[in-house]
Design a protein around this ligand. Structure first.
Ligand SMILES: [Zn+2]
Length: 397
């Protein structure tokens, strides 16, 4: 088993990063290791698994076994709570100078339990111009044990000054049939399910795998696709928006709680809680401060899970209206939601193309508002009210 097992496809990139990991161990021992460097830029289209491969590489660097995928270091990177791996995502639309300052300060810290302190920065194209110069210095001459892994959609999105200081890892865009065949060969998914999942996930590997292997994920998806035909009254829009937000939060809580317990136990064990005699007070203080740091990491992790849940809903709704548009335009390209074809054809027939375009725009706007930190409940309320069309409500509901 290896942390890179979670990366689907991308053989060339994985081999390069595995070599880097082997050399990183040499560098940590004071030897020469040319395949390792302290600044990386990972680019690839949405769904190519940028953050998956960046975090797998991070895990391989902090794991004592080079990324075994099973030890406590690997597990903690996967759940977003490893003290030496920071996974940074923009809190708002952009990274400001203040964000850059905070990042650089954190980058100056030595690793606490491994040889490397790894900082994975998502959407590095969102740094404000005036925040970049400060960042550059740290990327160019980081503290000896710090590794930057920057992620962006394409090299063109990244300022040349950043790009020129990093080693570039390019990820390919997987095709639907690539995704489907990966699901079959690596996870034993039957070919009909694999084809459905690849299509429904719109080529997004991680999402396709969840849909193919988890019935709950499929059920949740069909509930999302049911939303447009349930928006009968304005008050039903408010009720459904409320349920969306409540479910996303409850789901994140359910996923986090067991991890939180396990990790608290690990911290207490690591610090030898319960020990008596000289020094036990300082142990107590150390546990308290580690617990506080842990709490913050869990809070960040939870925030990301909720944001991912909202993102999935918007992606599925966009696919649904995109299908309606395909039918309305008389195009013969395949539908993302082929299994809903009769319902989609009925709606396409009753509605205007201009209305469908308005709805797709409204979803895009909702995504921008969430990125800009507008309250999710009000984002979904106003989105659903915009999507609502009484004549499209399913008969009998
Ligand atoms: Zn490991």
């Amino acid at each position: 088993m290896s942390v890179f097992d979670s990366v689907l496809g991308q053989e060339q990139a994985v081999n390069e990063l595995k070599r880097a990991c082997t050399d990183a161990a040499k560098v940590a021992r004071g030897e020469r290791g040319d395949a390792m460097t302290h600044a990386w830029l990972v680019t690839g289209p949405p769904g190519s698994g940028r953050s998956t491969i960046a975090l797998a590489f991070a895990a391989s660097l902090v794991c004592p076994n080079g990324g075994c995928g099973t030890c406590v270091d690997c597990r903690n990177v996967a759940t977003g709570i490893h003290p030496d791996v920071e996974h940074v995502i923009p809190e708002g639309v952009v990274y400001t100078v203040a964000h850059a300052d905070a990042l650089i300060e954190r980058a100056s810290l030595s690793p606490s339990r491994s040889s490397w302190h790894v900082i994975v920065v998502e959407d590095v194209d969102r740094f404000q111009l005036n925040a970049v110069p400060k960042l550059l210095k740290s990327i160019e001459e980081p503290p000896p044990n710090t590794v930057w892994i920057l992620c962006a959609p394409t090299v063109d999105d990244v300022l040349p000054t950043i790009n020129s200081r990093c080693r570039h890892v390019l990820l390919n865009s997987p095709t639907l049939s690539d995704v489907a065949s990966q699901l079959t060969s690596r996870f034993g998914v039957d070919s009909a399910m694999a084809a459905f999942a690849a299509r429904a996930a719109q080529g997004h590997l991680g999402r396709a795998r969840a849909l193919a292997t988890d019935e709950q994920a499929r059920l949740k998806r069909s509930e999302i696709l049911d939303i447009p035909t349930r928006l009968s009254t304005v008050s039903s829009c408010y009720e459904i928006a409320n349920a969306i937000v409540a479910n996303a939060n409850a789901e994140a809580d359910r996923a986090i709680a067991p991890l939180e317990q396990q990790d608290e136990q690990d911290v207490r064990m690591a610090f030898g809680e319960g020990a008596e005699g000289k020094g036990f007070k300082s142990i107590d203080r150390a546990i308290k401060s580690e617990m506080k740091a842990l709490e913050k990491r869990f809070k960040d992790r939870r925030r990301r899970m909720v944001a991912d849940a909202y993102d999935r809903i918007l992606l599925d709704l966009t696919g649904y209206y995109r299908d309606i548009l395909v039918v309305q335009s008389g195009s013969h390209v395949g539908l993302i939601n082929e299994e809903l074809r009769p319902a989609i054809e009925r709606i396409a027939d009753q509605d205007e193309t201009a209305q469908t375009l308005n709805r797709i725009d409204a979803i895009r706007e909702a995504r921008d508002q969430l990125i800009a930190n507008v309250t999710p409940l009000s984002v979904f309320e106003s989105l659903l009210v915009t999507l609502r069309d009484p004549k499209l409500v399913r008969v009998g509901k």
